[in-house]
Ligand binder design. Sequence first.
Ligand code: NDP
Length: 449
Amino acid sequence: MAQFTVLNPATEQPVTTVTQVSAEETDAAIARAAAAQASWRAVAPGDRASLLRRFAAAVDAHVDELASLEVAGSGHPIGQARWEAGHVRDVLLYYSATPERLIGKQIPVAGGLNVTFHEPVGVVGLIVPWNFPMPIFSWGMAPALASGNTVVAKPAELTPLTAVRIGELALEAGLPEGVLQVLPGKGSVVGQRLVDHPQVRKIVFTGSTEVGSQVMAGCARHIKRVTLELGGKSANIVFADADLERAAATAPYAVFDNAGQDCCARSRILVQRSVLDRFMALFEPAVQGVAVGDPASAGTEMGPLISAAHREHVASYVPDGAPVAFRGRAPDGPGYWYPPTVLAPVGADDPAYTEEVFGPVVTVTPFEDEADAIAIANDSVYGLAGGIWSGDPERARAVATKVRTGRIRINGTPIDMRAPHGGFKLSGIGREMGRYGIEEFLEYKSVIG
Ligand code: NDP
């Protein structure tokens, strides 16, 4: 049996060893999930809701343990990791309200009545990346379970620990065997089998556009439903009439949170030319003030990158002679550290400007006016997230309607994860979370009579 050693990205030391699941074991898990689905969908809606609330309570009782696992196995700062574990609880609670509200319609039709039913799709395959192992797992798992599906989940090979533990907590909370299974292993083995297996009726995939496109093609063979949350290269647009102090003070966290390993990172800052110098003067101390260090320390804001290979990939965007305007700090010694890095001015064909770096590297580009800002923001193959800073709310809203992106925040207003989260262009398809999220996990059946 293949073994995988999880390394602590902050120390490069082994955390634990995990047995990887084979293709045959994946098939067996899918068969168990299919068998469990008949009884899971038959659980009375109120009982299914109550089981999800018990599951949420079990997660709540283990927030500290889950957070410590994420610190050790993924290098997430402890404050962030606690929020992530608590978020899993909140997502479960949010969806625990839905089993009792899967209400259909009665439509008068010639010759009788058309009644619509919402039915679960069956077995859902959930493929999770390494950057946010807990939240992304919960966004697929909770609505799938709430709507009566069973779930076979594959965490990323690098970061399986919290998903495996949450799977154990589901059983401890009373979810029946086979309803939620977590299979650590390789994407090319376990993930591919979930895509190829005809009994898996929906795939929820989060990760790269390249693999997402293969997953979509694979799902087409079985006319399998698919939700794809893919890459991003989002713009943070700062107009001259903005509160520049706030825009500059918060801009580091819009891109360097989770060490920039965030599909929604606002990794292209666009600043109106007339205030560019002032913005850069404010931005430099803000970047240097980001607390980068031991993820287990309470004050840490940014930890290491996930792996040595990923650090090499990130560093390739900042070759010798790159236009580094300024940098933040990062520890020396063991750990996959990379300092917050600001590039300016950058050419429009610089890969650091056009590609998703997925690390703590940001570019700053001037623009002239609204039309120019919108054109630059939209000049990307992606369209996932974004930000607008302006003292004129009408302008901010007007620009927001013209930037082709899945979600955009004005003047740093926090995102509420209950709102739908999707993407334009190569950033994705489908919706998770939000009040429409549940529909992705349901079939619609009309009965006429
Ligand atoms: P990948 O697309 O390589 O991996 C995502 C998940 O898919 C992992 O669990 C991976 O498994 C699995 N996988 C890999 N190959 C297959 C396959 N053939 N069939 C089914 N599943 C497969 O992305 P990474 O995690 O390596 O991240 C790289 C890029 O992904 C980032 O640069 C970013 O663009 C994007 N990304 C976007 C996110 C978002 O939220 N929108 C989140 C994370 C990443 P394995 O464990 O073996 O890698």
